[in-house]
Design a protein around this ligand. Structure first.
Ligand SMILES: Cc1cc2nc3c(=O)[nH]c(=O)nc-3n(C[C@H](O)[C@H](O)[C@H](O)COP(=O)(O)OP(=O)(O)OC[C@H]3O[C@@H](n4cnc5c(N)ncnc54)[C@H](O)[C@@H]3O)c2cc1C
Length: 400
């Protein structure tokens, strides 16, 4: 294959999840042509909810997605932290207008499918972005001033050229394996249940119709409305063994989910009882230490591919979105390989800090009774500082 002139301005992205699509939009805005390869037959995701915090909303607004977000995301007034059995509120994070005035951008709750649709539609409108579904990145080779990527496209395997390859291909990243070999993640001992509950099945006015995080010994439960309040997204995390599959698509057994939260407050029970059983999934949570290197030559990683983050701080996708903005700013300045190394350097400390804080929360959320009392008292003081540290980061200015 001869090297086409257009390859000089083309960036190849493996993975069309939240990170890969946001990267494509940021890069296109910076003047790059971008090809996104997604292994699934369609862009979009089987989904439940996702929390988009102000540090991530900042980037999505910069991409012009504010009005689309407004139509299908909700902006919670607050998140309440509660005792698992009594329902007593032990801590509150004020959001809504308070989040906008403190951090400059809103806090959104949104269905993942809606967020992905918004990103895909924006990519389809962008003349610089080419979306390729059913295209699995298999490997890559370095070549003069760029990269050649092997993509399985149905029965055929093709090659595409670009100046850089961004591995935004998630927790089981093929690009990361090609760069650094197979990894060996550690099972955290926690399993996450995810389910959606139609809110018409719930009584109005209860705590269960708002955003809440319930702390209990060895487990916690999170719920918040998505799709304009039509559905309640629920995540229950339980310390347990016997399940090691790390995937969004593994179905879960409702009786087991129910048993995991036996004895919990009636509001949590009502959510579990009214859950849409077809939407119940089970995901084993694995931990990975921060990677020393994220890339080499014309290839780098982004999002879960390089810093998978436990879901105890709702920051995994936010970190991928921040990465995308910083990567595009770096690629806008100077020689591509040097720009990729600069991006990695700018992002490593922050994403490692968020991985560490999420890991710490995995312990704090599940403390037994005595220690939990101390945690709940400390929550009143510690929460605001942690939240500010995460929400105030401005990915659009990180390079400057
Ligand atoms: C229970 C739970 C709750 C969470 N809640 C939140 C939250 O509230 N807020 C938040 O910010 N984060 C949250 N997260 C984390 C968040 O889901 C991830 O961090 C985020 O999805 C990472 O995005 P990504 O684009 O890096 O990877 P992914 O979303 O995994 O996307 C990777 C994409 O690459 C594709 N792909 C994979 N391999 C290839 C290949 N070889 N070629 C082509 N395509 C490929 C995949 O099909 C996929 O579409 C949560 C995680 C869990 C487990």
């Amino acid at each position: 294959m001869t090297r086409g002139r257009s390859a000089e301005r083309r960036v190849l992205v493996a993975g069309g999840g939240i990170g890969g699509l946001t990267a494509a939009l940021c890069l296109a805005r910076a003047g790059w042509r971008v090809v996104v390869f997604e292994q699934s037959q369609t862009f979009g995701e089987l989904g439940a909810g996702i929390q988009i915090t102000p540090n991530a909303a900042n980037v999505l607004h910069y991409l012009g997605l504010q009005s689309s977000l407004r139509t299908c995301a909700s902006q919670p007034a607050a998140i309440e932290f509660r005792h698992w059995r009594t329902g007593k509120v032990v801590g509150v994070v004020r959001l809504g207008e308070a989040a906008i005035s403190a951090y400059g951008h809103p806090y959104y709750h949104i269905h993942r499918g809606d967020l992905l649709r918004i990103l895909v539609e924006a990519a389809e409108r962008s003349p610089g972005v080419e979306l390729r579904a059913g295209a699995q990145v298999r490997g890559f080779r370095r070549q003069d001033a760029g990269v050649r990527v092997a993509v399985a496209d149905g029965a055929a395997e093709r090659e595409r050229e670009g100046v850089a390859l961004i591995g935004a291909d998630g927790v089981h990243s093929a690009v990361r394996t090609a760069l650094f070999g197979a990894e060996s993640p550690t099972f955290t001992g926690n399993v996450a249940w995810r389910v959606l509950v139609p809110t018409t099945r719930l009584a109005p006015g209860d705590a269960r119709t708002a955003a809440g995080v319930w702390f209990g010994p060895g487990r916690h439960f999170v719920h918040y409305p998505v799709r304009g309040g039509e559905l309640m997204n629920c995540v229950g995390v339980v310390r347990k063994s016997g399940w090691t599959v790390e995937s969004w698509v593994e179905p879960g057994d409702h009786a087991e989910f129910h048993a995991d939260f036996a004895g919990w407050h009636g509001d949590v029970q009502a959510l579990i009882d009214n859950a849409d059983r077809g939407s119940l999934h089970k995901w084993a949570l694995y931990d990975r230490r921060p990677l020393r290197d994220w890339g080499d030559g014309p290839a780098t990683l982004l999002g879960d591919a390089c810093h998978p983050t436990l879901p105890f701080l709702a920051q995994g996708a936010a970190m991928a979105i921040e990465d995308a903005a910083v990567l595009a700013s770096c690629l806008g300045t100077g020689q591509p390989e040097a720009a990729l190394r600069r991006y990695e350097k700018l992002r490593q400390a922050r994403t490692a800090m968020v991985q560490r804080l999420s890991r710490r929360n995995a312990k704090l959320f599940h403390l037994p009774a005595g220690a939990a009392w101390l945690r709940d008292r400390a929550l009143r003081f510690g929460l605001r500082a942690t939240v500010a540290r995460i929400f105030r980061y401005d990915a659009l200015r990180a390079v400057r």
